[in-house]
Design a protein around this ligand. Structure first.
Ligand code: NAD
Length: 479
């Protein structure tokens, strides 16, 4: 198989693999890895180009599926699902040779002469488990890293986004090399079965409860995991911030995908005067994006299913609604909602909201905000709106979060030279750009010696240790 050719020409049009079990798929792709299919750089490039072609040639169908699952506007799907992955691919294609090039490691006096190298080895056969909220992006962006690193891959899309899962299942065998890259559809039963396999890596994106199951199951085989989890990402705003600018960032980042974004601002901490100015500015910013009635706007998304609609609706305390607060189960719609007068004990502050509801909590100052943030689970993202250097410094040095963004939201995802991942309860490991390559590689230590016996300074470290040799050795080791 020539891997630089368009992938459509490289695969057998008859799919003989549809009736086999998830574990048989896993075993099949492992065979391909063992046979060396995935290692050549040409194969890796060919597969990355095949994903790009799959997205470009089927963008209409993919956008339609994402709209059916999440009511996501086509243009939004294009930006956040399709072109986000295209960008990862073009970055990987541009830099793959550099990423794969062994890095030279300098040697010490004891280990000279010789040559030290760090060689990036593919891990082997990896499982990627994706969630429903960005069902294309969060399935394919990790795949870019896994393929760039030369692995064989099984992907498990979320059953909660069934239209997208079905479209991907149909497209994958048409574009990708089925010997080594397969998509297995399914829900808890299939995922549970897949997790029993001795993977070389499991990459999971989703909630922390399932993240714990993934890690526990992977531990049985000492399989390393990447966990891309969520949590409550706070926003702190101080008096130096331009409130209209803050409002337009928050209205976009919070209500994008109807709030079902892992790095969406979850709640706001602000001094009372800032909070008071923010609410009307937010209302105006929301109207600017979605009009006076967001339900009538084609640009505002829907809640994934009834269970989540009921859960998010239950977090809205009607007595605290500053604007919004409308929920229409028949349409899976919840309006962009801002809550004020919220306390840390309110139900809305006990779990990740993952919906279009933004609570605003007043704090005395940045120290109180830092205390609240550091007293809770480490968030995936922390957003600070302040132009004050001391404030930026305090948040940089005194808080821990997956990412920290000043004077913007969500945009960190689009910077492929920054690692994307959580810390503590928001996850472990990261990806995007070279960080994806690293996640799916083993950095192997390679030491090359000449073929002669031990010599040079190393002789000093070998018996017999005469008094003069011991003295010399001590001098050498002291440097
Ligand atoms: P989900 O329900 O689609 O679950 C994710 C995956 O786990 C699915 O493929 C599903 O089949 C599988 N799964 C579900 N239950 C399982 C079980 N018992 N055993 C094994 N596998 C199981 O998605 P979700 O968890 O509702 O996703 C939302 C959460 O994901 C939020 O907390 C969000 O913050 C987080 N998230 C994080 C990121 C990130 O990049 N860090 C991105 C998106 C979402």
């Amino acid at each position: 198989m020539s891997n630089e050719q368009p992938a459509t020409e490289t695969v057998d049009p008859v799919d003989t693999t549809v009736d086999i079990t998830p574990l048989e798929h896993a075993a099949a792709v492992r065979e391909a890895f063992r046979a060396g299919v995935t290692r050549p750089v040409e194969w890796r490039r060919g597969q990355l180009k095949a994903i790009a072609a799959m997205l470009a040639e089927n963008s209409g169908e993919i956008e339609g599926a994402v709209r059916a699952d999440l009511g996501k506007p086509g243009a939004e799907a294009l930006v956040t699902e399709i072109s986000a992955v295209q960008m990862e691919i073009s970055d990987a294609l541009k830099r793959l040779d550099k990423w794969m090039k062994p890095r030279t490691a300098s040697l010490s006096a004891m280990t000279l002469p010789g040559k030290g190298q760090v060689v990036r080895d593919p891990l082997g056969t990896v499982l990627i488990i994706a969630p429903w909220n960005y069902p294309v992006n969060l399935l394919l962006a990790p795949l870019v890293g896994a393929l760039a690193a030369g692995n064989a891959v099984i992907l498990k899309p979320s059953e909660m986004a069934p239209h997208t899962s079905a479209v991907m299942a149909e497209l994958f065998p048409r574009y990708l090399d089925r010997r080594a890259v397969r998509l297995v559809e399914g829900a808890v039963e299939e995922t549970t079965q897949l997790l029993t396999y001795p993977w070389d890596h499991v990459f999971y994106t989703g909630n922390g409860a399932v993240g714990r199951i993934v890690m526990e199951t992977a531990a049985k085989h000492l399989t390393p995991v990447t966990l891309e989890l969520g949590g409550k990402s706070p926003v702190f705003i101080d008096g130096t911030a331009d409130i209209d600018a803050v409002a337009s960032w928050l209205a976009w980042g919070k209500f994008l995908n109807a709030g079902q974004t892992c790095v969406a601002p979850d709640y706001v901490l602000a001094p009372p005067e800032v909070a008071a100015a923010l609410v009307p500015a937010l209302k105006a910013a929301v109207e600017k994006l979605y009009g006076a009635d967001p339900q009538a706007s084609d640009d505002f998304g829907r809640i994934i299913n009834d269970r989540h609609l009921q859960r998010v609706t239950g977090l809205i305390d009607q007595r605290k609604v500053a604007f919004g607060g409308v929920s229409d189960a028949a349409d899976r719609y919840i309006s962009p909602t801002v809550l004020t007068g919220v306390t840390l004990d309110d139900p809305v502050m006990q779990e990740e909201i993952f919906g279009p509801v933004l609570p605003v909590i007043t704090v005395a100052d940045r120290d109180e905000a830092v205390e609240i943030i550091t007293g809770r689970d480490k968030p995936l993202a922390l957003y600070v709106f302040s132009t004050d250097e001391a404030t930026q410094e305090e948040f940089t040095t005194q808080t821990s979060s997956g990412g920290l963004v000043f004077n913007a939201v969500v945009l960190q995802l689009a910077v492929s030279t920054l690692p994307f991942g959580g810390v503590g309860a928001s996850g472990m490991g990261g990806y995007h750009g070279e960080y994806g390559m690293r996640t799916f590689s083993h950095e192997k230590a390679v030491l090359r010696k000449s073929g002669k016996g031990p010599g040079g300074a190393l002789k000093l470290a070998m018996p017999p240790f005469s008094p003069w040799k011991s003295r010399l050795l001590r001098r050498v080791l002291k440097g």
